[in-house]
Design a protein around this ligand. Structure first.
Ligand code: UD1
Ligand code: CA
Length: 418
């Protein structure tokens, strides 16, 4: 953990190539906005205060930040150096480290950033740049070194010579700065002659002119700097993230029959020996117990909790519902805003009608209840403990089925004890 580290996240840019009405840093990967991943990294490395520089659609981005960071407005996007400079008032007399990251790099690994901060503090350099070796360095700033491998400059793609374009080591856009040195030099950066923007990357040469140390940390993790510049980048990043999430679940003893067709978002817990069959989508904020069977073709939506030994089979959707231990729901059914007691059986084709056009209403299905095939339960309604609903019944709102009784028909009526 870095000792005295604050963070600046650059998120004011327009993201023209992304072609989106919504700010690109708010696009979700595995159920979470890109910007939140970057804030996670800042928190994981122990950032004391984090500043997010906003500009394009500033209010929306600020809303998404919530209380997790302070907002700094850059009203005109005059370049990355200009964006950092907007934070200068907050760093007067600050002798600590400033970590600079971009808001559109959700795959950035916290371990690498921690190593960057540690190296930076150890060497006492004015800046330590996270660099990466890429097979295709197109578009990135190139790391210029002399024959002795000494770090000399960062050259933007547009400004690079033919020879420099062959360089495979690139600037990831992640840096640790000495706060004092950063803010005493940032105002001296001149606008780039080609683009009329102030480039943060020009600070390397400025530091060297002043006899200050500049360092790099080279990572071979090419995903670390994968920015969301296009929709194709979004899809690729999502895929990489998804495989990481599935990998972590498999490490915990979950069987994923086909990782290429299984989608699990962030903030999902799945117990050991549960089997996830192909073509299943599990949203964020879902808990699945041990020894369950989910899918194929199942969708578990946010707020779903499955106990142990639960079976949720093909063509099923569960939303904001709690299924107790040993519940079976094996074939095409929908449960929304429902609580199902232990050992209940949800017959094939059961639907809870939870939405009346205005409100979402609750359904309670007692332990050991048996819901016959093709039944509709119109919420709000309660099906008692150990009761039965005959196949094809429609249990209307408020017409609760008492414990231990059989109800059939449309509308369903209690006809006898079970
Ligand atoms: C930048 C680096 C480049 C590096 C690449 C890594 C510069 C000049 N170049 O290029 O060396 O290889 O990142 O991805 O820094 N932003 C603002 N305000 C501005 C301009 C940009 O907040 O006025 C933000 C953007 O929202 C973005 C980040 O800064 O999050 C980087 O800007 P971008 O224009 O994407 O820079 P690149 O051309 O990718
Ligand atoms: Ca970029």
């Amino acid at each position: 953990m870095a000792k005295n580290l604050k963070t600046i996240v650059l998120a004011a840019g327009k993201g023209t190539r992304f072609k989106s009405a919504m700010p690109k840093v708010l696009h979700c990967l595995a159920g979470k906005p890109a910007l939140h991943y970057v804030l996670d990294v800042a928190e994981a490395v122990g950032s004391l205060t984090t500043y997010v520089v906003v500009g394009h659609q500033a209010e929306k981005v600020a809303d998404a930040v919530g209380g997790r960071a302070r907002i700094v407005v850059q009203s005109k996007q005059l370049g990355t150096a200009h964006a950092v400079k907007m934070c200068a008032p907050f760093f007067r007399n600050d002798a600590g480290t400033v970590l600079v990251m971009c808001g559109d790099t959700p795959l950035l690994d916290r371990g690498i950033v921690r190593r960057l901060a540690v190296k930076h503090e150890k060497t006492g350099a004015a800046v330590t740049v996270l660099t990466c070796l890429l097979d295709d360095p197109f578009g990135y700033g190139r790391i210029i070194r002399d024959a002795g491998n000494k770090f000399l400059a960062i050259r933007e793609h547009k400004d690079a010579s033919a020879e420099e374009l062959n360089i495979r080591e690139i600037n990831t856009g992640v840096y640790c700065f000495n706060a004092k040195k950063l803010f005493s030099a940032i105002g001296d950066i001149k606008a780039n002659a080609n683009k009329k923007e102030y480039y943060l990357t020009d600070i390397i040469e400025l530091f060297l002119d002043r006899g200050l140390g500049v360092e790099t940390l080279v990572t071979d993790d090419w995903t670390a700097n994968l920015g969301l510049n296009t929709r194709a980048d979004l899809a690729l990043s999502e895929d990489i993230l998804r495989q990481k999430i599935l990998g972590r679940l498999m490490d915990k003893g979950v069987t994923i029959v086909d990782p290429s067709t299984t989608y699990v978002e962030n903030d999902v817990s799945i117990g050991q020996d549960t089997v996830i069959y192909p073509c299943t989508y599990i949203h964020h904020d879902v808990f699945v117990g041990r020894n369950c069977s989910v899918g194929p073709f199942a969708r578990l939506r946010p707020g779903t909790r499955l106990g142990n030994n639960v079976s949720v089979g093909n063509f099923t959707e569960v939303s904001r519902s709690v299924l107790g231990d040993d519940v079976n729901m094996k074939h095409f059914s929908f449960l929304g805003d429902t609580t199902v007691g232990r050992g209940a059986n949800i017959g094939c084709g059961t639907v809870t009608a939870n939405y009346d056009g205005k409100n979402k209403n609750k359904t309670l299905i007692g332990p050991g209840a048996f819901i016959g095939c093709d039944s509709v339960l119109i919420a709000p309604v309660k099906i008692g403990k150990g009761s039965k609903v005959g196949a094809g019944s429609v249990v209307t709102a408020g017409r609760d089925v008492p414990a231990g009784k059989l109800a059939v028909g449309m509308p369903a009526r209690v006809i006898k004890k079970v």
